[in-house]
Write a protein that binds this ligand. Structure first.
Ligand code: NAD
Length: 370
């Protein structure tokens, strides 16, 4: 049935290209026109925690190019509740052990990995081997070497890999990218980016275990401050010097609490950045030759506000996750590259790795390149 549908769609598409879609349009039935429409892709969420439940699943009720088609969870109770809430058939529900049999499920086009960081690599590679395209949450992996393995595995299987970088679809952050990269207010002369929150959660959570999280506030929150600097300038940093502060060594015994860094970009332009699990930060502030532009709050799911030396940005807050997932589905359907491929995750992790090296050495460290 699937194969027949696919062949018919392919046949109709070739026919429409060969004969001219406009004259053919009137000769096609509405059913045939429907077959020509891009397929709404099925997404399976792997890991039904806070982000999957609070943000991604609700966003998938708003997406146009994709929908929630499957679940992967280690908790039967969650499988039952989610299946009832989102109307997911039993045949599309997997656990971590039988996950690989998702290869035989034509309902699932994209696997979205929403697990603790230490599990990102394994599930991204297993998903690609099962023939699925992949979205992997941030931070992409424990380190840049793992990111490279994930990129290579997806390339080998000819599957697209994207990182859950929602801010690359967010209007205020896109405006900053435009203002900075096109130098609308002149060259950027100073750039400060900061992201953090006061961690008040479970002291035994995976986020506070280096083996599972890779690090603390830097990995979780700092990644946005790093990419903010990168997309404002449209350049890759070459060196970094970092320092850290720990005021709660008991809670953050295994991971970083607050980290400060200076990124050196080509031309010796230096930006300031900071991340924290103990400060409520969320800003991107640029001074330019002709004025300034800034976001504060800068990186949240909503409530982002921006202003320039010419006044408020007056841009909408959108459902970032829906925009991000719809764009990826469209990229798959139209075979165009995603703006947030694995390489984008790797670039941030190269900076993170160098920051940790700098914290260890106390010196300025060279940042690796893709
Ligand atoms: P969470 O702890 O709420 O969820 C993690 C899920 O993984 C849970 O369902 C848990 O049961 C499952 N899991 C499977 N094996 C596990 C194990 N061995 N230990 C612990 N949990 C295990 O975490 P979260 O906040 O949903 O974060 C998940 C991922 O999403 C992380 O990579 C995080 O950085 C990312 N995230 C991204 C954003 C964003 O804005 N893009 C926001 C929040 C989280």
């Amino acid at each position: 049935m699937e194969i027949n549908d696919f062949s018919r769609r392919k046949f109709l598409r070739q026919l429409s290209i060969g004969a001219g879609a406009i004259s053919l349009g009137s000769a096609l039935s509405s059913f045939e026109m429907l077959l020509l429409a891009p397929k709404k892709l099925g997404i399976a969420l792997v890991g039904l925690g806070n982000y999957a439940g609070g943000q991604l699943a609700p966003a998938l009720l708003q997406t146009k190019n994709c929908y929630l088609a499957g679940l992967v969870t280690g908790t039967p109770e969650k499988a039952k509740n989610w299946s009832a809430k989102y109307n997911i058939p039993q045949k599309n529900i997997y656990n971590y052990e039988n996950f690989d049999s998702i290869a035989q499920n034509p309902d699932i086009d994209i696997v979205y990995v929403v697990l603790p960081v230490s599990m990102h690599k394994e599930f991204t590679i297993r998903a690609a081997k099962a023939g699925k395209h992949v979205i992997c949450e941030k931070p992409m992996a424990l380190n840049a070497a793992d990111c490279r393995e994930m990129i290579a595995a997806c390339k080998k299987e000819n599957r697209m890999l994207s990182i859950g970088y929602r801010l690359h679809f967010e209007p205020h952050n896109l405006e900053v990218l435009r203002l900075g990269q096109k130098q609308i207010l002149g060259k950027t002369t100073q750039l400060d980016t900061a992201n953090g929150f006061v961690y008040g959660g479970d002291p035994n959570a995976w986020r506070l275990k280096k083996a599972m999280a890779g690090g603390g506030g830097l990995m979780d929150m700092g990644i946005y401050a790093i990419q903010g600097a990168r997309y404002t300038l449209g350049q890759e940093p070459l060196f970094v010097k970092a320092t850290q502060e720990k005021t709660k060594p008991e809670l953050f015994k295994d991971v970083d609490e607050t980290v400060f860094w200076e990124l050196e970009f080509p031309g010796k332009f230096v930006t300031q950045g900071k991340s924290s699990y103990n400060n409520n930060w969320g800003s991107l502030k640029a001074k330019t030759e002709k004025g300034f532009f800034e976001l504060e709050p800068a990186y949240g799911y909503s409530g982002i506000e921006g202003r320039t030396s010419n006044g408020p940005m007056n841009l909408p807050n959108i459902n970032q996750q829906a925009a991000q997932m719809d764009d990826f589905a469209n990229c798959i359907n139209t075979k165009i590259p995603t703006r947030v491929p694995g390489e984008e995750g790797l670039k941030d992790m190269l900076v993170v790795d160098a920051i940790y090296r700098s914290l260890d050495s106390g010196k300025k460290e060279k940042i690796g390149s893709v």
